[in-house]
Design a protein around this ligand. Structure first.
Ligand code: HEM
Length: 160
């Protein structure tokens, strides 16, 4: 039986900070790229800015914070490190694959990303319930759907 997790806000933020910090970096990069390309935006770069804001920024922040706050016992540090790696390696693969027009890289990135979503789902399996858990699961479902649609668009060349 695991010892009860200390419930203070600082301990909970210890669990969330790698995700929150990475989300903040992604939002800052998105802002700088948007400012830099504003005079001559291209479709892939505008897509990347949207991806950095919605997925690497907002979704990562919500998932990292939700996982820290919702379960009585957040997942172990190694599990969280694995999630962080899968989520962000997945993002890097999807972005690099889209910019370099490499569907194989997008596919690998999407697979890592979906594996991260499964790990997040598993991470809150002991959470009691309530509307915040529904929001958490909705973010998982929407991003998973986005990844599937994005992969289909890439493999069929529809978005180009
Ligand atoms: C958060 C919800 C998401 C929304 C609303 C969304 C929406 C979209 C839309 C509208 C497009 C078409 C863009 C265009 O016409 O150029 C697109 C493309 C794409 N999305 Fe998403 N998406 C989401 C999440 C994701 C996720 C999580 C992934 C991958 C893990 C992803 C990967 C892609 C890829 C690879 C493309 C094709 C880009 C290209 O080849 O130009 N999306 N997405």
């Amino acid at each position: 039986m695991n010892a009860p997790f200390p419930s203070g806000p600082c301990k909970r933020l210890d669990v969330a900070w790698p995700f929150l910090l990475t989300a903040l970096v992604a939002l800052l990069i998105a802002g700088f790229v948007a400012a830099a390309v504003a005079h001559a935006p291209t479709r892939p770069l505008v897509w990347m800015v949207a991806y950095l804001v919605l997925v690497a920024g907002v979704a990562q922040g919500v998932l990292g914070l939700g996982q820290a706050l919702l379960p009585a016992q957040p997942p172990a540090p190694r599990w969280r490190a694995g999630e962080w790696l899968l989520f962000n390696a997945g993002n890097a693969g999807v972005i690099a694959g889209t910019l370099r027009v490499s569907p194989a890289l997008v596919a690998v990135g999407s697979a890592l990303f979906v594996a991260a979503l499964a790990a997040f789902l598993f991470g809150v399996r002991c959470a009691g319930g309530g509307w915040l858990l529904h929001v958490f699961r909705a973010v998982l479902a929407i991003t998973c759907l986005g990844a599937c649609v994005g992969l289909v668009l890439t493999l069929t060349g529809t978005a180009r």
